[in-house]
Design a protein around this ligand. Structure first.
Ligand SMILES: [Zn+2]
Length: 369
């Protein structure tokens, strides 16, 4: 789709403005459908609230999030469909089901088979017709049911349990490595470097290391493919991956920002992926301990690669190509090797029981194979 930004005109802009107005982010509709300063501010505010990249641009991801935001629970009947219902109403239903102890998986806002199954579970338990359809009777029941979950959030416990069950041994685990860019998509550029070349090289180093310790490492893309983020998430889901590692390098419009950051799924509404957060914090800490990159910390995001994947997923933004110091580091193969080692150690530490978990920055692999 086309990208909409400050200064653009047309019916799609009016569409965006109507949604922003409905969300209370735009005070008044402009006389002409012009993407004006107020619209730009409202888009940024929306992106900030939704855990999207805050750039004021309406690209595919922001556009889809705006479309999803039009739906509140109860606006329409939600029912299993070949093309699943998508929207904030679905996410609200999923969050409600999760609170009540029915496992929908991640609250991704997509009414898929797992959500249907969880809904049927609720309907059976509360004496409703178990048709997997969220209509008036189910909505009434949902309103009447108090928040009766005690002793922690069930989804958090479920994730931790799955992690524990899978054991500490790496052999047999499946890790999907996602070089964020490649082929004709070169990603960010700066100081004579291209993000695609760096993340492809880092992916290859990581793939080699993971394979050496018995992990099945799968790449989301070859040199000639250009899958969308949603397609990459599906690839990881179909592969039944244990983890997803999405590799990127950042850039800024100014040469000043520098450092490394990790992102995990979370919408700031209590639906964060706890294991994803743990994975992000381990990778962040190991990279910081083994390099001299600035610590830009870990953050919650709702990017499709993090939201639509069903396993803990991480996005690494390794330095800024717009910063001379970061660029010089990224250009050095031994630096990229150190980072690959740091990620491998973080992956191993994720699975180690707390009593075996070593201090940050000292572990060497292979050790626990
Ligand atoms: Zn990137």
């Amino acid at each position: 789709m086309q990208l909409y930004r400050l200064g653009d005109v047309g019916p799609a802009v009016a569409d965006v403005q109507t949604t922003l107005r409905g969300l209370g982010l735009l005070v008044a509709m402009p006389a002409e459908p012009v993407f004006d300063a107020a619209t730009d501010k409202a888009v940024r505010e929306f992106q900030q609230r939704r855990g999207l990249s805050v750039d004021g641009l309406v690209g595919p991801e922001t556009y889809r999030a705006l479309a999803a935001a039009r739906w509140k629970l109860g606006d329409r009947i939600l029912t299993p469909a070949t093309r699943p219902y998508v929207g904030d109403d679905v996410a609200a239903l999923q969050e409600r089901l999760l609170e009540l102890g029915f496992d929908t998986g991640r609250a991704d806002g997509v009414f898929g088979p797992r959500t249907e199954q969880a809904l049927r579970g609720l309907q059976r338990e509360y004496g409703l017709v178990p048709d997997g359809t969220c209509g008036p009777a189910t909505l009434r029941a949902l309103r009447q049911l108090g928040r009766h979950v005690t002793g922690g959030r069930p989804q958090v416990m479920r994730e931790a349990e799955a992690l524990h069950r899978s054991g500490a041994a790496l052999p047999g685990k499946i890790v999907v490595i996602d070089p964020g860019h490649g082929g004709t998509d070169r990603g960010a550029t700066g100081h004579g470097l291209e993000e695609a070349a760096i993340v492809e090289d880092l992916a290859a180093r990581l793939e080699g290391r993971l394979t050496a310790v018995g992990v099945r490492a799968l790449l989301t893309r070859g040199p000639d493919t250009r899958p969308s983020d949603a397609e990459r998430a599906t690839f990881a889901n179909v592969a039944g991956a244990d983890l997803v590692l999405s590799l990127h390098v950042d850039r800024a419009s100014s040469p000043r920002p520098h450092g490394v950051a990790c992102y995990h799924f979370g919408a700031g509404r209590g639906t964060t992926s706890t294991i994803g957060e743990l994975l992000a914090s381990l990778v962040q800490r190991e990279v910081i301990a083994r390099t001299d990159l600035l610590d830009c910390r870990i953050h919650e995001k709702t990017w499709e690669m993090l939201r639509l994947t069903r396993m803990p997923a991480l996005r690494l933004e390794l330095g800024h190509l717009s910063h001379p110091g970061d660029a010089a580091r990224l250009a050095d193969p031994s630096f990229r090797d150190t980072v690959a080692e740091a990620i491998l150690v973080a992956v191993q530490r994720l699975y180690l029981p707390p009593d075996l978990d070593p201090p940050t920055g000292v572990m060497r692999l292979p050790v626990f194979t």
